[in-house]
Ligand binder design. Structure first.
Ligand code: ADP
Ligand code: MG
Length: 699
């Protein structure tokens, strides 16, 4: 068998010394295989001459013409303008930086060849600072045989170097090889070229290739690479899943009696979607390896209760469970709800947050340690070092999408560490999210998890009617509020959004609005809640609002997550153009929970970008979380929807979950086949594509 490119260091190439090696390493290029996977960012076509008369504005083109004049022109900026002509027209070559020697080179009657971007202004067609070749005494242009690749590079590493290195690598493909990791029959079935051919063609595309398709990633050559990458990611996640399942957990037996009693005491019947998901969870809990289940469901579908049922089973088996929420406010609200549900069952519920008073905290920590606390609700404080669980069997993560990627990665590790103090069992994991990403996407991004979907709302929910209004009409909106509260007995949220990503400023904006509304609506009871308030104050104000003792609650986006006041039926969102679709949908989900028809007013500040206009219209036109997620995906791209882009973490090199969605069913189907019939390929695929396996974990 011949040598593999991955085994040949870049140092073996001509022109590569320690300096170049170092620069290449910055681009993660260490061996010839890496080099071959370093694809051009674009291509230049110098294989043909475009007639001047045919040039379009914005086009990059090559022209050939005779020099007519070359004059220094004093306009806004001094420039050298040289007119050249061919049989079809006249082109201005414009140079802002030039020397007199350069000017002299433009000799009337001689020929030049230029490559550059065309711009039209009025009748004039020009190229600014094109690449120029003077062809003395010669009327034949020099043409390249194929398209020229332009490579993404780093400072101090020239295009020419790259072109030479890639050429040497492609030449060595005859004696060495790149390992083909997709089975032959699969390539044939999907009509994909072998890897070596795909890479060779992408570095040296034939003239008739569709550059548009390559640039957009729709070309089969790119699709071939995207497919392999998606396959590798999928297989890696499946491996991760197997690794989870090799751990041991407490098998939780279903306690039917208390389960039925709990259900009977609820003021409403479970939806059939909730019942289905509770069943799925109980089957998992019953096993002696960890459950890893993701529950997806739109805002307000009742995920909290589903978690409560799981936690009930755990408590009835005399184990502990912990529910972690992303904000203090939500943790406190859950705490109150859980206390209500569990008080008649002798099951102790404990709150633990970092902002809690010291005395209370010590008491909570103690209850957790002794095992007196069966159900623990908190913020990420529940996984701090000083927390020692007595015998924990289930970890629930609520609103998982709200935790940063880093945080998510740490959670699992921390929860393991915290139980290792006591036992060698891993906790079951229940992850809840309201970002209803489309199913195929979820199956790809979360292939290490089992998926449950709550696709039904509790009965009686009404759609929230949404309008988009310019903030010049602020005074009218305030009038409408007065009417809504006084005549219509409504409770209202007024949400101030993030300015410049600063919590401080957001709080200030909320303070100012609070002052304004308190003055203008003196007859109404206005409250204010934001992230800077002490936990106790926040709690107090929320309780007042919930009890109907406040008409208007001015809030920052802290109320985005999970806050539940069914009687609130009107929401004003200031500067909604600053928020993403999912976040707007989450916010709006705070209304439309009670009997009354609910309304949402998106009060924007003009001018709106095209993109913002599009987003606000989506909000006005639909209430369906899945549809909104689809749109979000279209507008923002997959990386952002999955919450990875902010951290700068790159999900894929060639694949794009949105663009390549059509490949996903094939990836899923064939992953099974590869894992079963070609286990050796699984390792090789993961080694090629997954540089850091741990990063895959979502929890
Ligand atoms: P989310 O899925 O957004 O977390 P919640 O769990 O906060 O939703 O539930 C929203 C509201 O719906 C809560 O007031 C909850 O008590 C209520 N709820 C949950 N399940 C049902 C049901 N089956 N019927 C009626 N109301 C329900
Ligand atoms: Mg919730």
């Amino acid at each position: 068998m011949s040598l593999k490119l991955s085994q040949i260091s870049v140092e073996t190439l001509k022109g590569v010394g320690p300096k170049v090696t170092e620069k290449l390493a910055l681009l993660s290029i260490n061996n010839l295989e890496d080099l071959l996977f370093h694809l051009p960012s674009r291509y230049q076509d110098r294989s043909r001459i475009h007639p001047i008369g045919s040039l379009l504005h914005g086009q990059t083109a090559q022209v050939f013409g005779m020099i007519e004049t070359a004059d220094v022109v004093f306009g806004k900026r001094r420039s050298l303008v040289c007119k050249i002509s061919d049989a079809s027209g006249i082109l201005d070559i414009r140079l802002f930086y030039f020397s007199m020697t350069q000017k002299k080179q433009f000799k009337r009657g001689e020929f030049v060849q230029c490559y550059g971007q065309v711009s039209h202004s009025g009748r004039a067609i020009s190229m600014i600072h094109p690449e120029i070749t003077f062809l003395k005494n010669q009327q034949i242009p020099k043409l390249e045989a194929g398209l020229q690749a332009v490579y993404p590079t780093t400072q101090g590493l020239q295009q020419r170097t790259f072109q030479s290195l890639i050429k040497q690598t492609i030449d060595s493909l005859n004696s060495a090889s790149i390992k083909e990791l997709l089975p032959q029959d699969l390539l044939e079935k999907l009509n994909f070229p072998p890897l070596a051919d795909a890479l060779r063609l992408l570095h040296r595309p034939p003239l008739d290739i569709s550059l548009t398709d390559i640039q957009s990633g729709e070309h089969p050559l790119i699709q071939r690479l995207a497919f392999e990458e998606l396959m590798a990611q999928h297989l890696a996640l499946k491996k991760l899943k197997q690794k989870h399942q090799a751990h041991h957990s407490y098998a939780i037996s279903n306690q039917q009696e208390i389960f039925l009693e709990f259900k009977k005491k609820l003021p409403f019947a479970l939806t059939s979607a909730q019942q289905k998901v509770i069943r799925e969870i109980r089957i998992d809990l019953n096993k002696n390896f960890p459950m890893m289940r993701l529950v997806q469901g739109d805002v307000g579908c009742g995920k909290t209760l589903v978690a409560a049922f799981a936690m009930l089973d755990i408590a009835a088996n005399n184990f502990q469970s912990v529910l972690m929420a992303p904000t203090e406010l939500l943790a406190e609200q859950h705490f109150i709800a859980f206390q209500g549900w569990f008080k008649n069952f002798g099951i102790a519920v404990t709150l633990l947050t970092s902002k809690m008073g010291n005395k209370q905290k010590i008491e909570s920590l103690d209850n957790i340690k002794t095992g007196a606390a069966k159900i623990i609700i908190g913020t990420h404080a529940v996984f701090q070092k000083q927390v020692e669980f007595s015998h924990i069997a289930l970890v629930v993560i609520d609103e998982q999408h709200r935790f940063g990627v880093e945080q998510r990665k740490n959670l699992l590790e921390k929860s393991f560490r915290s139980i290792e103090n006591n036992a060698s069992k891993h906790p079951h994991q229940l992850i809840m999210t309201a970002t209803p990403i489309p199913r195929t996407l979820a199956q790809t991004a979360y292939a290490d998890l089992d998926l449950s979907i709550i696709d039904e709302m509790p009965p009686g929910r009404k759609l929230v009617e949404t309008s988009v209004i310019n903030d010049l009409k602020r005074a009218q909106v305030i009038q409408r509020i007065r009417y809504a509260c006084q005549q219509d007995q409504r409770q209202i949220y007024w949400v101030c959004t993030l300015i410049d990503e600063s919590e401080e400023l957001e709080c200030q904006a909320a303070e100012a609005t609070y002052q304004e509304l308190s003055e203008q609506l003196a007859q109404l009871r206005v409250g204010l809640v934001h992230g800077r308030l002490k936990s106790k104050e926040k709690h107090h104000i929320m309780a007042q609002f919930k009890a109907g003792e406040l008409d208007i609650l001015v809030a920052t986006t802290v109320i985005e997550v999970g806050v539940d006041v069914p009687n609130a039926s009107l929401m004003i969102i200031e500067n909604p153009e600053r928020l993403g679709l999912s976040q707007l949908h989450q916010l709006r989900g705070r209304v439309g929970r009670g009997e009354k028809q609910s309304y949402c007013i998106l009060m924007y500040h003009a001018p709106l970008s095209q993109n913002a206009k599009q987003r606000l219209n989506v909000m006005r036109d639909t209430n369906d979380g899945f549809k909104i997620a689809e749109k979000d995906l279209e507008i923002r791209g997959a990386g952002e929807v999955l919450g990875t882009r902010q951290t700068g973490e790159v999900l894929f090199r060639f694949a794009d979950l949105l663009r390549d969605r059509k490949l996903l069913p094939q990836v899923h189907q064939n992953a099974e086949i590869i894992a079963n019939s070609h286990p050796e390929l699984v390792e090789a695929l993961c080694a090629r594509w997954i540089k850091n396996g741990e990063q895959l974990s979502h929890v």
